[in-house]
Design a protein around this ligand. Structure first.
Ligand SMILES: Cc1cc2nc3c(=O)[nH]c(=O)nc-3n(C[C@H](O)[C@H](O)[C@H](O)COP(=O)(O)OP(=O)(O)OC[C@H]3O[C@@H](n4cnc5c(N)ncnc54)[C@H](O)[C@@H]3O)c2cc1C
Length: 485
């Protein structure tokens, strides 16, 4: 029997791979999206600062600069189409010395060269008026009105779901181990679940993209993981922080910032430390101390007792310092994306268009589908609804009247919906990222057993098999004795 031959296989269902799969799903193509993790967005996409950057940071003329500004401009329509939370709240780079004012002017000039609209240097008084908790040492700030905040995992899930709704096949827990070759051409991938044939393979594998490139027989590009650590603070801190506050940047990062998140928390971080291990997501005492010290320089009234969680993410620092997006001449049938570090989330929708363009130029037939579904809807978010909307939802399905997560007001109905979504949530973290269950002050202490029960019932599985995030991360090890009646 002849094997099925996909038009395109995309390796990696992070923000970038999911956006690429979604962009390809507009056309009459057979597309397979693969990821080794148990959910989409389990790589760097789940652990970053979630800023839609304006685009004044990157060097003019670089791919980072071009795709940042182009991606930023796409966000309003993109998030409306995908039903993803996004707030174009603007961002500030805050100066605290006289020299910083020089840096702010340089950043503004660079931003204008990159095509960023609306940049403005504002006075210290104006900055205090806009952000009353800002350090008294403020000397001025660069205001970027096009900066924003977004739900990064929500965006990735939405893009992947939209792709699936338009016919893309998604296979999770499928680790790509190598390539099928025909002479110099790549004709598919080998995985721990068998081989898949295709005309094109797109490597969008984040931190692991260089390993796959080498596997395909190409050298000359390496990725160094650069860790960034964070604090998440209780929602009540949002009274002190209205927007996105950057310090003046350092040579290796945009600096430790203080930002409101789209979900109403406040986040502090990240620092920037090169590490060896691409899976090292541990937070460290020195790293977190550095983050707190940096955040206090911007907002001195922050109180460490408001911290509800810490986490770390790894930047995929490429050896050229820029995004690398190309169809290498040496290997036919391959598109490679490497070094997609910040502003990769912002740039992802523009990167996806660029990849479609590359494939089209290389001969992939791009015939638009007549039956393309243009939008995707998220599952209801009970906590965001009006009293009337809540009543209507409960009347339709009484499970929306059963609150499972008290901190974030998440209902049984939402967890059920997550289990039956176009990409069904099969782990606790997958439910968490789709519903916000367990993300509040108690961090899941109350809801976890209830969620496990609901998931086991809805997915039709033994609760003992349920995991936090796939692999060996099981919650339960053996059946407990039946509770006394
Ligand atoms: C600390 C930090 C802060 C950041 N802040 C921002 C910000 O505020 N704004 C912004 O725009 N950007 C930011 N970024 C950058 C942004 O998060 C990334 O550019 C973006 O998430 C990259 O997405 P990706 O899809 O390329 O990678 P990933 O999300 O890592 O996805 C790659 C996927 O490939 C899969 N994979 C890898 N190897 C294989 C294999 N062999 N087989 C199958 N699957 C495989 C992985 O499981 C993973 O899911 C930040 C990054 C960090 C680390």
């Amino acid at each position: 029997m002849k094997p099925r031959v996909y038009d395109v296989i995309v390796i990696g269902a992070g923000a970038v791979g999911s956006m690429i799969a979604r962009a390809l799903s507009r056309y009459r193509l057979d597309v397979l999206l693969l990821d080794k993790a148990s959910d989409v967005g389990e790589g760097t996409t789940k652990a970053n600062t979630a800023i839609v950057h304006a685009g004044y940071d990157a060097t003019p003329g670089s791919a980072k600069a071009r795709l940042n500004v182009a991606g930023n401009a796409m966000y309003d329509a993109l998030c409306a189409d995908l039903d993803v939370e996004f707030d174009r709240c603007g961002s500030y780079v805050v100066g605290v010395t006289a020299e910083d004012l020089v840096t702010l002017r340089e950043l503004a000039d660079r931003g204008r060269q990159n095509g960023v609209a609306g940049l403005e240097i504002i006075s210290a008084d104006e900055m205090r008026r806009r952000e009353p908790a800002i350090t008294p040492e403020v000397t001025g700030a660069l205001l970027a009105p096009s900066g924003g905040i977004v739900d990064p995992f929500g965006l990735c899930i939405a893009a992947a779901e939209h792709a699936v709704l338009n016919g893309v096949e998604l296979r999770l827990e499928t680790h790509v181990t190598g390539f099928l070759r025909e002479g110099q051409a790549v004709r598919g991938v080998t995985t721990d679940r068998g081989a898949f044939h295709s005309r094109w393979v797109v490597i969008a594998a984040g931190l692991w993209a260089d390993d796959l490139l080498h596997e395909a027989g190409l050298d000359g590009f390496t990725i160094t993981p650069r860790k960034g650590e964070y604090f998440v603070m209780d929602r009540r801190v949002a009274e002190q922080v209205r927007g996105v506050l950057f310090p003046c940047p350092t040579p290796v990062s945009k600096g430790i910032l203080v930002t409101r998140t789209i979900h109403g928390n406040v986040m502090l971080g990240p620092n920037a430390v090169n590490v060896e291990d691409k899976a090292d997501l541990a937070t460290t005492a020195p790293g977190l101390n550095e983050v707190m010290a940096g955040a206090l320089r911007l907002v001195p009234s922050l109180d460490a007792r408001d911290v509800i969680r810490t986490f770390a993410g790894l930047r995929a620092g490429g050896s050229t310092g820029d995004f690398r997006i190309e169809a290498p001449r040496e290997v036919e049938g391959l598109v490679f994306l490497g070094g997609i570090e910040s502003p990769g989330l912002t740039a992802a929708p523009a990167i996806a268009e660029e990849v479609v363009g590359l494939l089209g130029e290389a001969g992939l037939a791009l015939e638009e589908r007549a039956d393309y579904v243009p939008t995707r809807r998220a599952i209801p978010r009970f906590s965001l609804l009006s009293a009337e909307e809540r009543e209507a939802l409960i009347a339709q399905d009484p499970r929306y009247g059963n609150v499972v997560c008290r901190c974030e007001t998440v209902t049984e109905g939402e967890i059920v919906a997550a289990c039956h979504a176009p990409i069904p949530a099969r782990t606790y973290d997958a439910v968490k990222r789709r519903t916000r269950v367990g993300t509040g002050r108690c961090q899941g202490a109350f809801d976890t057993p209830l969620v496990i029960d609901i998931m086991a019932r809805e997915l039709g599985v033994d609760p003992l098999t349920l995991t936090k995030k796939g692999g060996a991360s099981r919650f339960l090890t053996r059946p407990t004795k039946e509770a006394p009646r």
